[in-house]
Design a protein around this ligand. Structure first.
Ligand code: SR1
Ligand code: MG
Length: 428
C-alpha cells in the first residue's frame, strides 16, 4: 500500500545536488562531488517534473510527481502515490519483458521520486514520427512488450495469491484511472468543460456527439475498462511513452498502471500510429513527400499486431501456468486442439477490444483535454482539421464496426481509403 507523503518537498534544479547527494545509487554513477553535478528540467509530459542530473562520470533521470496535474496546474490536485505505482509497474515490466524499460536505480516513496537510467541518444517516438524517422525493429519490440506484459501479468500466468495481491496493490491507483475514465470515455461525448477542438471540426464533433451507436459502444468499452481486470496494463501506452534510437525502443511512464482489459494498451498504441499517419501531410516539406513513410507507419501497425499474436500464442502454449485454462484440463487430457480453440477465442476478444479502444483514443485526442503534438503542431488550422477529420472517420468505424473487421491489413486498407476519400471531399 502507498504511504502518505508528509515530508514531501518538490525538487528544483538548484536543490537537486543537495537533496540527492547522499544517495548511493546516484553517487556511484555521478561521483560524490556534488559541486560538479549539473541538472536541468526536461519534463514535457502532462503530469510530472523530470530532471537530467549529470556529471563528467555519467547521467541519471530523476522523475518526481507533483501534487497536481502539471498540464492544468494546482486547480487539479493529483496524489503523489502515482510514483509508487509507476515504480511497481516498472519493476514488473522489467521482470516480464527484460530490457524493455529503463533501469530503476532508486525509489523514494516519501518524495515521490524515481531515479532511473538516462536513455541516450533516445528521443520520444512521437517526435521521431513527426520528423519522419524510421526505427528498425520497432514493431517487434512493441509487439513483444505487449504480449509479454499482458500475458505474464494475467491469470494465464500468475498463481491466485500473487495475482490477487497485485490487483489489490494497483487498485489504489484510482485517481489516474479516473482521469482515463473521464478524459477518454466520457468527456469527448458531451460538451465537457475541459474539452477543446479545432474550430473547423464543429460539424463533425456535433455529429459524433449525436451518434447514438457510437456513444453506446464507447460506454460498453468504458464498462470493459472499469470491470474487466484481465491483466496489469501500462495504462498510457501512446507514442509519447516510447523512447527510441534508430534501432532501439524502450517503454517509459507506466504511472497509469491498472488491472484492465488486454486490448487497452495495444489499442491505445495503434491509435497513436494511425493518428501519426494521418498527420504526416502537416509535417511534410513537400506534397507527397511522406507517402513512403506513411506506408512504413502502417507496416509497423501490422508488425506490432503480428508480433503480439505470435508471442502471445507461444506464451499460451509454453507458459500457461496460471489460474485459467489449466493444462490439466486441456493438453493433459489429450485436448491440445481445444486449447488452440480457447486461444483463438481469447485472441478474438482482444482483437475486438483493441480496435474499440483505438477508436476511443483517437476521439479523445481530438475532442478532449490532452491532444497529440502531431496535430497540435500543425499551425494551418484547415490542414490540422483535415488530418483530425480523417482520424475521427477511422475512429467511428473502429468503435462501431469493429466486429466486422477481421485483419490488420484490412483495417490499414480502410485507413488508406479514408485518407484518399477525405482528400477527394476537400477537393470536390
Ligand atoms: C490530465 S493527464 C492527460 C493525459 O496525459 C497522460 O499522458 C494521459 O494520457 C492522460 O490521459
Ligand atoms: Mg506519461
Amino acid at each position: 500500500m502507498a504511504k502518505n507523503n508528509e515530508n514531501y518537498v518538490p525538487l528544483t534544479v538548484n536543490t537537486l545536488p543537495e537533496r540527492l547527494g547522499s544517495i548511493d545509487a546516484i553517487v556511484s554513477r555521478l561521483g560524490s562531488d556534488t559541486s560538479k553535478w549539473k541538472s536541468s528540467e526536461i519534463g514535457d509530459g502532462n503530469l510530472n517534473m523530470v530532471f537530467i542530473l549529470t556529471s563528467a562520470k555519467g547521467s541519471v533521470i530523476v522523475k518526481q510527481a507533483l501534487p497536481y496535474v502539471r498540464l492544468v496546474g494546482d486547480s487539479w490536485p493529483l496524489p503523489l502515490k502515482r510514483a509508487f505505482f509507476e515504480y511497481h509497474a516498472l519493476i514488473r515490466q522489467e521482470e516480464r519483458d527484460p530490457g524493455s524499460v529503463p533501469e530503476v536505480y532508486h525509489f523514494d516513496e516519501d518524495q515521490a521520486i524515481i531515479v532511473m537510467e538516462f536513455l541516450s541518444p533516445h528521443t520520444i517516438l512521437r517526435n521521431s514520427l513527426m520528423a519522419g524517422k524510421k526505427v528498425t525493429g520497432l514493431a517487434k519490440t512493441l509487439g513483444l512488450f505487449c504480449a509479454r506484459t499482458l500475458f505474464r501479468g494475467s491469470d494465464l500466468s500468475m498463481d491466485t495469491r500473487e495475482r490477487k495481491a497485485d490487483v489489490a496493490l494497483f487498485v489504489d491507483n484510482a485517481e489516474l484511472c479516473d482521469i482515463t475514465e473521464t478524459l477518454i470515455f466520457s468527456d469527448p461525448y458531451f460538451d465537457a468543460q475541459r474539452n477543446h477542438h479545432t474550430p473547423q471540426l464543429d460539424n463533425i464533433v456535433a455529429q459524433l456527439r449525436n451518434d447514438i451507436d457510437l456513444k453506446v459502444e464507447a460506454q460498453h468499452l468504458k464498462a470493459k475498462f472499469c470491470n474487466n481486470g484481465e491483466t496489469m496494463l501500462h495504462g498510457d501506452l501512446h507514442t509519447g511513452s516510447v523512447m527510441v534510437t534508430d534501432s532501439e525502443a524502450k517503454i517509459i511512464d507506466p504511472e497509469f498502471v491498472l488491472y484492465g482489459p488486454m486490448g487497452f494498451d495495444i489499442g491505445m498504441l495503434l491509435a497513436n500510429f494511425w493518428m501519426a499517419y494521418f498527420a504526416q501531410p502537416g509535417h511534410a516539406s513537400a506534397k507527397g513527400e511522406r507517402a513512403e513513410y506513411q506506408n512504413w507507419i502502417l507496416d509497423v501497425v501490422e508488425g506490432i499486431w503480428k508480433e503480439f499474436l505470435v508471442e502471445f500464442s507461444r506464451l499460451w502454449r509454453e507458459e500457461r501456468t496460471g489460474i485459467l485454462y489449466e493444462k490439466s484440463l486441456f493438453e493433459d487430457q489429450n485436448h491440445a486442439l481445444a486449447s488452440e480453440q480457447a486461444l483463438a477465442h481469447r485472441l478474438n476478444n482482444i482483437w475486438d477490444d483493441t480496435l474499440g479502444f483505438a477508436g476511443v483514443e483517437i476521439i479523445r485526442r481530438t475532442l478532449s483535454l490532452a491532444h497529440i503534438a502531431e496535430n497540435e503542431m500543425i499551425a494551418d488550422e484547415e490542414l490540422r482539421a483535415d488530418c483530425e477529420t480523417r482520424g475521427l472517420k477511422l475512429a467511428r468505424q473502429l468503435v462501431v464496426n469493429k466486429s466486422k473487421m477481421n485483419s490488420m491489413a484490412s483495417v490499414n486498407d480502410l485507413v488508406r481509403v479514408i485518407a484518399f476519400s477525405c482528400f477527394k471531399e476537400k477537393n470536390s
